[in-house]
Design a protein around this ligand. Structure first.
Ligand SMILES: [Zn+2]
Length: 222
């Protein structure tokens, strides 16, 4: 691991929300990792910086994205500034967002994320995997969260990690539920407690496994 990359920092303004974009020479799926949808959760940012700077270009199939969630909250190391960005992804709220002229911080973050997602869905012809990287306030073992859908069950069964099913039943408006209703595989990963160094290690391992399970990363002998 590159030690100097394990720092809780976000290098971005609104124009470079995509902080990693790797494109392989071989065809394959597209995988999108969101990190920092909650601004006090840096494990995903650090894990993506570490893993995606080490993958070899010749081993990549398709496209890999690392995307910041709540940039302003990450800069302030706060979960959110005006509203939880992971509770805004209902059809009703997205309709309101389209007509809005004045935005609070998270509505603006959501607007840019929504644009990124829509542009990706427009131009993309390959299968897409969406992964949302989180940490928890209390100490936990890593676990996956999914909406209860066959496509999610199938992909999450590739990981030897406990799965919490049916997040749509107890959370309103998480990003992953929205993406799942569009028909895409979408997994959340909770890698451990916010400030626990193990949360970064767990997240690195998960990112690597996700890249392998999605077929975005092959060993040169494959
Ligand atoms: Zn979170």
């Amino acid at each position: 691991m590159h030690k100097n990359l394990t720092i809780n920092r976000v290098d971005s303004d609104k124009t470079n929300r995509v902080f990693h974009h790797l494109k392989g020479t071989k065809p394959g799926a597209t995988i999108v990792f969101f990190a920092g949808i909650h601004g006090n959760e840096f494990a995903g940012v650090n894990a993506l910086n570490s893993i995606l700077s080490q993958v070899k270009h010749e081993d990549i199939c398709g496209e890999i994205y690392g995307v910041y969630g709540n940039i302003n909250a990450l800069k302030k190391k706060k979960r959110y500034l005006d509203a939880d960005l992971n509770r805004l992804w209902t059809t009703r709220r997205l309709e309101i967002l389209k007509k809005k002229k004045v935005f609070n911080n998270e509505e603006l973050e959501q607007k840019f994320l929504f644009e990124f997602i829509n542009n990706l869905l427009l131009k993309n012809t390959q299968p897409i995997y969406f992964i949302d990287l989180h940490t928890t306030s209390s100490k936990t073992l890593p676990f996956i969260t999914i909406n209860d859908a066959m496509i999610n069950r199938k992909f999450s069964s590739c990981f030897n990690i406990p799965v919490v099913l049916g997040i749509e039943e107890y959370l309103e408006g998480p990003l992953l539920s929205y993406l799942n209703t569009l028909g895409y595989v979408s997994l959340g990963f909770e890698s451990g407690q916010h400030t626990d160094p193990d949360a970064i290690k767990n997240c690195e391992a998960f990112v690597y496994l996700a890249l392998t399970n999605s077929g975005n990363l092959t060993s040169p002998d494959d």
